[in-house]
Ligand binder design. Structure first.
Ligand SMILES: Cc1ncc(COP(=O)(O)O)c(C=O)c1O
Length: 464
């Protein structure tokens, strides 16, 4: 058989409330055109994020029932810790309530004022946590990673020559760690090859710089290595994961992605002394080291999820469903980041709306139009999220790419939902020439995409 099907049956359903175009236009105006301000009841297909939105399995729900809610020494923690050690190979495992809590603890332990932290591309919370500690977050993607149309298999790779010259420029003693995000979420959800992880590891080790992986989508990255990297095709995903993390000294993880859980995360390392300092901080804000801001039942759900996410039937379906969405829209001419990655399809808003300048927020316009067209909630990953105001000149600096991410929650939507999304994207593509730009009416200083407000610079919707 050639048809790849969802490797599960549906046991519980959650209704979606249908909305009209007029209603959606009204909701969008009330929300200041920021889709983060919409109520989920007003959204038909929610592709805002794949984070914390997974459907849990029957095995996860039953594990929840055996959650041990003891304050200290909970059985659930030991099950969770065993699974993390088994999969990732790190000896010190610190649970946190989500990924950014692990980042905050890590960076506030290792970063000082004036330090530099390189990465393929930092995620927004990673960058914000580094900068909150007075350090500088530097992105070093390979050049292919910045060209949406180029179909390179590992556009998430780090520019290793760029990393070497950064180390020469700033000095290894100013680099408390190097981080690689797998898959590279803000760079189009693109995977990092095993060869690149090993090359980065070698450069870091030769300079005594700890190497960390932002592991949110480790299983999807490993499956893409299996599919795309020469010599890896007949290996198990578990073995590939082992090798990825053997190259590293530690990781941060948001279990809301490839943990297949709705909340949770962890920080892991082999450095006992560092882990001790991190646990002291953990107690201050997250909780005792055997729960770290989570309920025992959450730890149970994550332990089961980490095992399920490595099932290859699941990964085959997961990666095929993203490819299906990408191929069906690009077949109609819609420009996307090629090839589709592990968790999302990224529309190339700059190529979709070439007549809209980056500072007129083409990605924001596409996000608004997709919601109007089909009640689909996507997210802008461009100048709204990553543009900034130059502190010296006061000038607004656009992002390197103008993307719109259609992130697909795990095990949630069926093929007909995806077909519906394809239809809406293609419809917006057909009337692209009528679409114009947007401008900020409220522009917060940090993590501005969450609470910014906008107004259209063209006759949006009914034109009112
Ligand atoms: C690559 C990456 N790193 C870190 C995070 C932060 O994780 P959390 O949302 O659990 O704090 C995210 C979340 O979307 C992410 O995609």
């Amino acid at each position: 058989m050639h048809t790849i099907i969802e490797p599960f049956k549906i046991k519980v359903v959650e209704p979606i409330r249908m909305t009209t175009r007029a209603e959606r236009e009204e909701r969008l105006r009330e929300a200041g055109f920021n889709v983060f301000e919409l109520r989920s009841d007003d959204v038909l297909v929610d592709l805002l994020t794949d984070s914390g939105t997974s459907a849990m399995s029957a095995a996860q729900w039953s594990a929840i029932m055996r959650g041990d809610e003891a304050y200290a020494g909970s059985r659930s923690f030991f099950r969770f810790e065993k699974m993390v050690k088994e999969i990732f190979g790190f000896q010190q495992v610190i649970p946190t309530h989500q990924g950014r809590a692990a980042e905050r603890i890590l960076f506030s332990t290792v970063c000082s004022e004036g330090d530099v932290v390189p990465s393929n591309t930092h995620f927004d919370t990673t960058r914000a946590n580094i900068e909150a500690n007075g350090a500088r977050a530097v992105d070093l993607p390979v050049p292919e990673g910045l060209d949406p149309g180029e179909a390179h298999p590992f556009k998430g790779n780090v520019d290793v020559a760029g990393l070497r010259s950064l180390i020469d420029d700033v000095g290894a003693d100013r680099i408390p760690l190097c981080m690689v995000t797998v898959t590279n979420n803000t760079g189009g959800g693109q995977p990092v090859s095993l060869a690149n992880l090993r090359a980065v590891s070698e450069v870091c080790r030769s300079h005594g710089i700890p190497f960390y992986i932002d592991a949110c989508r480790f299983a999807e990255n490993a499956y893409l290595i299996k599919q795309r990297e020469e010599g890896q095709e007949s290996r198990s995903v578990r073995d590939i994961v082992r090798d990825m993390f053997a190259a590293a000294d530690g990781c941060t993880m948001s279990a809301k992605k490839d943990g297949l859980a709705n909340i949770g995360g962890f920080l892991a390392t082999n450095d006992d002394r560092l882990a001790e300092q991190e646990r002291d901080l953990l107690i201050l804000t997250e909780g005792f080291p055997t729960y770290g801001g989570l309920a025992g039942r959450d730890l149970e759900a994550i332990a089961v999820g980490l095992e399920e996410v490595l099932e290859e039937d699941y990964l085959e379906y997961r990666i095929a469903s993203i490819r299906y969405l990408g191929e069906h829209v690009s077949r109609e001419g819609v420009p996307i980041v090629q090839p589709p990655g592990g968790h999302a399809v990224y529309l190339d808003a700059a190529a979709f709306l070439p007549h809209v300048e980056p500072l007129e927020l083409p990605g924001q316009a596409l996000v608004a139009e997709l919601y109007l067209e089909g009640g689909i909630r996507a997210v802008e990953v461009g100048t709204v999220m990553f543009g900034h105001t130059d502190p010296d000149s006061g000038e607004e600096i656009p992002a390197r790419m103008e993307l719109v991410r259609l992130a697909v929650p795990r095990r949630v939507y069926t093929q007909s939902h995806v077909d519906y999304v394809v239809e809406a994207v293609v419809e917006v593509w057909r009337r692209r020439e009528e679409i114009g730009g947007f401008r900020f009416t409220r522009r917060p200083e940090v993590l501005r995409h969450f609470s910014a407000e906008f107004e259209p610079l063209y006759a949006f919707g009914s034109g009112g």
